[in-house]
Design a protein around this ligand. Structure first.
Ligand code: 5GP
Length: 197
């Protein structure tokens, strides 16, 4: 495989989506460890920071007006409202990495995945699925970081997202997080790429 600057960079954009609570963050944590060559996009969000999160690492936490300025300036590759908060992918960061030939992984919701598909049909869409719907609901209720109303909205949204699986190119079942991460890394082709460098 050629690693020339202009070797189909957009082909290396992969979107990881799936219902809230399915374990996208845990899988991505293993991907980060296994394959530092993969670039993980850091989204901007108006959501409140959770205790375990670091600004600039998990998200860039911004106000609604800052977010609106990014939208108006065309600086987001995609954006969506999720459970009352705004989330978006900074365009310049992703395009820069793709131009360098790095595989890029976006962890975004279904609306975002659809926008990426429309804007970049060559992007690879991966759906992270729970071992079962019951297990997903258990995880969502048990997380304990959100109030009852938010959990209810997340359950409804999760069911909607589960129904969209067929829109994706691949499904990875998060039965064991390390196994799922390995499968995802395989889909990104990054072991091979990392080996070349
Ligand atoms: P959380 O608040 O639990 O971190 O994320 C809530 C949802 O927002 C998840 O489904 C996550 O994938 C999605 N999300 C995170 N960043 C982005 C983004 O930049 N764009 C879109 N469309 N969704 C995002």
């Amino acid at each position: 495989m050629s690693m020339d600057d202009d070797a189909q960079p957009a082909a290396r954009l992969t979107v990881l989506s799936g219902p809230s609570g399915v374990g996208k963050d845990s899988v991505i944590e293993f991907v980060r460890l296994r394959s530092p060559w993969i670039k993980l996009s850091v989204s901007v969000t108006t959501r409140k920071k959770r205790d375990y999160e670091t600004d600039g690492e998990h998200y860039h936490f911004v106000t609604r007006s800052e977010f609106q300025r990014l939208v108006d300036g065309g600086q987001l590759l995609e954006w969506a409202e999720f459970a009352g908060n705004l989330y978006g992918t900074p365009r310049a960061q992703v395009e820069g990495w793709l131009h360098q030939g790095r595989p890029v992984l976006l962890k975004i919701d279904l609306q975002g995945a659809r926008q990426v598909r429309a804007a970049m049909p060559e992007a690879q869409l991966v759906f992270l699925a729970p071992p079962s719907v019951e297990e997903l609901h258990r995880r969502l209720v048990g997380r304990g970081t959100d109030d009852e109303e938010t959990i209810k909205r997340r359950l409804a949204h999760a069911d909607e997202e589960l129904a969209a699986e067929s829109e994706f190119d691949h499904t990875v079942v998060n039965d064991f997080v390390e196994r799922a991460a390995d499968e995802l890394v395989g889909l990104l082709g990054s072991l091979y790429l990392a080996h070349e460098h």
